[in-house]
Ligand binder design. Structure first.
Ligand SMILES: Cc1cc2nc3c(=O)[nH]c(=O)nc-3n(C[C@H](O)[C@H](O)[C@H](O)COP(=O)(O)O)c2cc1C
Length: 423
């Protein structure tokens, strides 16, 4: 029986362990997590979602405070069109996060950054251009374009000296999305180095409608693979979404995929950025505790644990401090939902808003617990401790479980308490 380690993922001339840990926004896929994947010979991702908040926390910068102070006068206004990002600060924050991560890199693997187009930041083109080019400046090994069609993103990097050397890929959920991307970029004479095909069981935002359950990852991958063959295009495909064991992964590699992208299994590792008590929520979740809903202001459905504290919470929009989801004209669906509820409940100190959430604030505070569909199986990947909590795992343990296990097996960790008692 084959193991994932019997395969190698060839990206731009480099052979890698065929495991990519997907980007998990707002520092859930931390530098530490990405660096472990690289040390072990695979690919890890950091994310540039809410990068200024991330650098403030990690490197003691003051970007959020400065933005909040600059736009304080606007806090009570429903019109957020004046709240713009300082592009120099954005570049600095990106270079800082990427640079500090890359300088710690060890081993033969790679560290990529996940860049979501849906972070429109009240200036989609300018801000995306700064994010992409600053990440390249700071030496990122590769960029995964996510949450959007990214029809213009390659062109935004075209003039960068690393445009043809850094590894650039895109996440798609359909053949049609990939076709559009390739068509739009044909004049650049630069194919993506890899394509992540993300199916309906993934965590985060989904590239499907609320009919996501009708779709099947293996079918979409096969369709894309067949089309690429017809076009005589050789682009490594990396399926993602619901690949829970090494055995699941091997099935995709045997069918011709170059590697797999996985994320949910790593949410319960020490290196993951979620607070430890929330990692326990992930462990404890049962299948019917997980839902796909439409509360993200991006317009994409999102999968999360139903008891996420951010669901229904009617906090005042925090765009002066954050504002990552403001569209090109300074609008966000949460602002409208919030103002509607405030108008409907005059005099109430705190309103409830059920149809949308202030995703910036709640992702920043780890109050939206997004996860893949298979999160309900996390409890089977660890052992319980005497106090009833689950033992956190190391990223290395999870990575190597994918790499070396066979069939549908999951290797449990050595119980920490028992090991300590035996010492
Ligand atoms: C907690 C969490 C946060 C995520 N955030 C992002 C993100 O910011 N951008 C993105 O492109 N994908 C995001 N994803 C999707 C993953 O990168 C990955 O493609 C997918 O979850 C893989 O499926 P799996 O979790 O079933 O292994 C997220 C997934 C999880 C579990």
């Amino acid at each position: 029986m084959k193991r994932l380690d019997d395969f190698r993922m060839r990206l731009g001339g480099q052979d890698l362990v065929p495991i990519m840990i997907g980007g998990m926004g707002v520092d859930i896929s931390t530098s530490d997590l990405a660096l472990e994947a690289a040390r072990l010979g695979g690919v890890g991702h950091i994310s540039d979602a809410m990068i200024k908040t991330v650098t403030d926390r990690r490197y003691k910068t003051k970007f959020v405070k400065a933005k909040q102070a600059q736009y304080q006068y606007n806090v009570a206004s429903a019109d957020k069109s004046a709240v713009k990002f300082n592009l120099e600060d954005l570049a600095q924050a990106t270079r800082l996060h990427v640079g500090r991560t890359i300088e710690r890199k060890r081993g033969s693997g790679l560290v990529f950054i996940n860049c979501m187009e849906k972070l429109t930041m009240n200036g989609p083109k300018d801000t995306l251009s700064v994010r992409l080019n600053s990440a390249l400046d700071a030496g990122i090994d590769g960029i995964t374009l996510a949450a959007g069609l990214h029809l213009g993103s390659f062109a935004l990097m075209e003039a960068h000296p690393r445009f043809r050397h850094a590894k650039l890929g895109i996440i798609v959920s359909s053949l049609r999305a990939l076709q559009l991307f390739l068509k739009k970029n044909s004049r650049l004479n630069r194919l993506p180095d890899y394509v992540v095909v993300e199916g309906p069981l993934a965590g985060g935002h989904l590239g499907f409608g609320m009919d996501w359950a009708k779709y099947d990852l293996a079918t979409i991958v096969a369709e894309i693979q067949q089309w690429l063959q017809q076009q005589q295009l050789d682009i490594p495909l990396i399926p993602a979404g619901g690949i829970f064991t090494g055995g699941d992964a091997v099935r995709f590699l045997e069918a011709g995929a170059a590697g797999v992208q996985v994320a949910t299994r790593f949410t319960v590792t020490h290196e993951c950025g979620l607070p430890d008590d929330i990692k326990q929520e992930y462990f404890r979740a049962n299948e019917d505790d997980i839902e796909v809903n439409e509360i993200s202001p991006t317009g994409y459905p999102m999968r999360m644990i139903k008891s996420s504290p951010g669901i229904g919470d009617g906090i005042r929009p925090n765009c002066e401090a954050y504002g990552y989801l403001l569209d090109a004209s300074g609008k966000c669906a949460y602002i409208d939902a919030y103002n509607r509820e405030v108008a409907a409940h005059p005099g109430e100190r705190k309103v409830k808003v059920w149809d949308k959430t202030c995703l910036c604030t709640h992702m920043r505070n780890f109050d939206i617990w997004t996860c893949g569909h298979m999160a309900w199986r996390l409890k089977d990947t660890s052992v319980r401790q005497p106090d009833g909590s689950y033992q956190l795992l190391s990223a290395q343990h999870v990575f190597e479980d994918y790499q070396f296990s066979t069939g549908g097996q999951v290797r449990l960790p050595e119980p920490e308490v028992a090991a300590a008692a035996a010492d």
